[in-house]
Design a protein around this ligand. Structure first.
Ligand code: NAD
Ligand code: WQD
Length: 339
């Protein structure tokens, strides 16, 4: 299948491009590079042995997006493009609503104009609000605590309404906590500035780029007092997209949500210790105050993805840490590191 990957230069999109090539599909990337760099393209080529075509475009531009669809004529779209920093979305809600909502609408418009019927959408566990764990897709009262999360809830609704009224087929994939890197050491997460998320921060402490990790809260009602999350390897996540793509294409499903996680809660300190083990490096940390908005425990019920997509996350926390460390060690400056 010819698959247009919006946001394909980003962390998850670039790994999905690699897995699509490996699975015999034909990915085409579009990205504005607002949170990524074209440097990733050479890495994708090195890993796969194939140059994946890439277009530079801000998908907020409706006409430009339509022209792109007329040019590329994809069979399916995986829509990763969007801004994703929770804290920044609270400070700049207009930017988040404009970028994420408008680009999703442009992409659907391009699909409708060119008869492309199949979309995989990057949603998030954040749409479950404060639902009780393990989180299941049956929970219907979606909500969020921040503008970023609301863009996911809103886009899910927009896509559901359009799919219901048309022949569009939509997979809503609710990711838990994607981490890890390509085992080649050539590709990984490349945050600009101070990382917002735990794994890249831990990797930078282990690599000597940052002095110590602040653990946000040590007094949660969990065994070691730190929050529980459902970390999954980015390559397992990428494979989940391919499983969903093949499912909705083959079975003509209108709209369906699937959780993509491992279904196993891991605490902040467990992740820190697993990273120390995998890297052989000390990860200095101190326990600090709680971060506003953090929930005690978030993990997935993965039954539906297992039974319907035949997909489950196979890579372990040790794999996630070992692959992240290899990426960090070999690329201290991310994609700015010379190949
Ligand atoms: P990322 O920032 O690395 O990738 C997103 C890409 O989209 C970037 O390359 C960015 O330049 C591009 N982009 C943003 N707005 C654009 C626009 N208007 N036009 C064209 N390109 C645009 O993020 P990621 O971690 O790879 O996440 C991919 C998707 O998955 C996002 O939608 C994100 O919200 C969602 N998601 C991520 C996580 C996570 O923890 N990483 C969890 C749940 C959901
Ligand atoms: C994990 C745990 C922190 C940093 C976020 C988004 C979510 C989804 C995935 C997109 C928490 C703790 C973190 C640090 C810490 N993204 N932590 N010190 O918050 O579970 O999820 O990314 O959809 O919507 O909210 O991930 O990696 O930020 O935090 O102690 O420096 O690590 O408190 O318990 P989170 P995270």
């Amino acid at each position: 299948m010819r698959v247009l990957i919006t946001g394909g230069a980003g962390y998850i999109g670039s790994h999905t491009a690699v897995q699509l090539v490996e699975a015999g599909h034909e990915p085409i990337i579009v990205d504005s590079y607002i949170n990524s760099t074209p440097g990733v393209l050479a890495r994708i080529e090195k890993v796969t042995g194939r140059a994946v075509p890439a277009h530079e475009l801000d998908l907020v531009d409706e006409e430009g997006t339509r022209a792109l669809f007329e040019d590329v004529r994809p069979d399916a779209v995986i829509h990763f493009a969007g801004l994703k920093a929770v804290g920044e979305s609270v400070e700049k809600p207009y930017d988040y609503y404009r970028n994420n909502l408008q680009s999703a609408l442009s992409v659907v418009g391009g699909m409708m104009a060119t008869g492309c019927r199949t979309m995989i959408f990057s949603s998030s566990a954040t749409v479950y609000g404060e639902g009780s764990v393990p989180l299941t897709e049956e929970q219907s009262d979606l909500s969020s605590s921040n503008p970023y999360g609301w863009t996911k809830v809103m886009i899910e609704q927009v896509l559901t309404d359009i799919a219901t009224a048309s022949d569009l087929r939509v997979a809503l994939l609710r990711y838990f906590n994607p981490v890890g890197a390509h085992p080649s050491g050539l590709m990984g997460e490349d945050p600009t500035g101070i990382p917002n998320n735990l794994m890249p921060y831990v990797a930078q402490v282990a690599g000597g780029k940052r002095e110590k990790l602040t653990v946000f809260g040590g007094d949660y009602p969990t065994d070691d007092g730190t929050c529980l999350r459902d970390y999954l390897h980015v390559l397992d996540l990428a494979d989940g997209h391919i499983a969903a793509l093949e499912k909705i294409s083959a079975e003509d499903i209108s709209v369906r949500a699937w959780n993509l996680g491992r279904g196993t809660p891991v605490s902040v300190l467990e992740l820190v210790h697993a990273f120390e083990q995998a890297s052989g490096q000390k990860v200095a940390y101190e326990i600090g105050p709680r971060r506003a908005g953090d929930l005690t425990a978030v993990w997935a019920d993965t039954t539906r993805a297992r039974e319907e997509l035949g997909w489950s996350a196979e890579r372990t926390v040790e794999d996630m840490c070992a692959d992240t460390w290899r990426w960090q060690r070999l690329n201290p400056d991310g994609y700015r590191t010379a190949l």
